[in-house]
Design a protein around this ligand. Structure first.
Ligand SMILES: Cc1ncc(COP(=O)(O)O)c(C=O)c1O
Length: 378
């Protein structure tokens, strides 16, 4: 067999993706930022950079050198975890290298054999992966439907389920920009002695008092675990899982992605600590973002669509090719707007995902929606 033949099946698969307008490729950054998750504009912020530069100058190592359980446990990791636990109002926090791995880690570690994981059908890919790779049974329910969650747990119990149920939701959905009915989900969890696991990836820093997230008022409870990512509004990378002390200890002892991985860079812990301080010190950032959300909402209504009311605005196009052509047309006009296609979103719901950040101003948002109004009609 020639070397090329080894690659045939991959090439055929890529051709198949291209036929469905689903082929992806990497492209550089160009145009005004309507695509990143840097909601508060912290990724390139001077205060963040200075905090990291000072730590580096003072001898903070670039690399952690090992697992947290071996020599990789840097004082900055612990300082961040203590600060985050206090900030978010939880007993403990644990720092992971990223939100994807943290979702995978939690869902492969905490739900046990005999438990049930109830996933919202629009939950992030990383939660799906974790649930699938773990030991618990998994069921998917209709998006944002607390009654469907309740029914799923009742059906499982009636069928002999004897473990604990884990309800898993995003507080603000990454591709739809809508919020979960957290109070209702919490009530369902309490009724069934279940756990609620909330992924705050897109809400941390943006919503709640001082940006403590939409689930801020649930933190500290014995049956609540929350994921805060550091790569979106916090402008760095990594993730903080906040949980009761017992569950944090359990993760340290049993969670393979935590135990068998090099700890995140201590410099990222420094960046995350600075970002948490900035959330408290600079509330005007959230106010500015809220003003952009209002402005973009008016622009969305002008093209006949309903705005999400958050910094994530999905403009559903439907057809994959048309969504990508629209995104391309906007990119040509200087706006970095990306098309999102299946399998990231359900079949037939390809969309433009406009994300609002402090990397743009009100004039930029107005200009985008003027351009959009023209392109949308074409
Ligand atoms: C809802 C949600 N959870 C988790 C993640 C993964 O986080 P990270 O990018 O830090 O790996 C993302 C990232 O896109 C996300 O949107």
């Amino acid at each position: 067999m020639s070397d090329r033949a080894l690659l045939d099946r991959y090439e055929a698969s890529l051709r198949g993706l291209a036929r469905k307008s689903r082929l992806r490729s990497l492209s550089g950054r160009a145009g005004l930022d309507f695509a990143s998750n840097d909601y508060l504009g912290l990724a390139g912020n001077r205060r963040m950079a200075e905090a990291v530069a000072t730590a580096l100058a003072n001898g903070t190592p670039v690399g952690a050198t090992g697992s947290r359980l071996l020599r990789g446990n840097d004082p900055h990791h612990e300082a961040l975890e203590e600060k985050a636990a206090r900030f978010f109002g939880a007993e403990r926090a644990l720092f992971f290298g990223g939100g994807y791995v943290a979702n995978f880690a939690v869902l492969t570690t905490l739900p046990q054999k005999g438990d049930l994981i109830v996933l919202d059908e629009l939950i992030h890919a990383s939660a799906h992966e974790g649930a699938r790779a773990g030991r618990a049974e998994v069921v998917e329910v209709k998006h944002n439907d607390a009654d469907a969650v309740d029914d799923a747990i009742k059906t499982w119990r009636a069928g002999g389920g004897i473990g604990r149920a884990w309800i898993v939701a995003e507080s603000l959905y990454s591709m739809d920009g809508d919020r979960a009915p957290l109070a209702e989900l919490m009530a369902v969890a309490d009724r069934h002695d279940a756990f609620l696991f909330v992924d705050e990836a897109h809400a941390t820093g943006v919503y709640g008092p001082q940006g403590r997230g939409l689930a801020h008022y649930l933190q500290g409870r014995d049956n609540v675990v929350v994921l805060h990512t550091c790569g979106k509004a916090l402008g760095g990378s990594g993730a903080l899982v906040t949980a009761p002390a017992t569950l944090a200890d359990y993760i340290v002892n049993r969670c393979r992605p935590f135990i068998y991985a090099t700890a995140p860079s201590p410099l990222m812990a420094v960046a995350a600590m600075e970002a948490l301080d900035m959330l408290a010190d600079e509330p005007e950032r959230r106010a500015k973002l809220a003003a952009l959300v209002t402005l973009a909402g008016t622009g969305t209504e002008a093209i006949g669509l309903k705005p999400s009311g958050t910094q994530i605005l999905p403009l559903i196009v439907g057809d994959n090719g048309r969504a990508m052509a629209l995104a391309e047309a906007l990119q040509q006009r200087g706006f970095d707007v990306r098309g999102i296609r299946p399998p990231t979103v359900p079949e037939g719901t390809a969309r433009l995902r406009i994300s609002l950040t402090l990397n743009v101003g009100e004039a930029d948002v107005s200009a985008l929606f003027e351009a959009l109004a023209e392109e949308w009609k074409r």
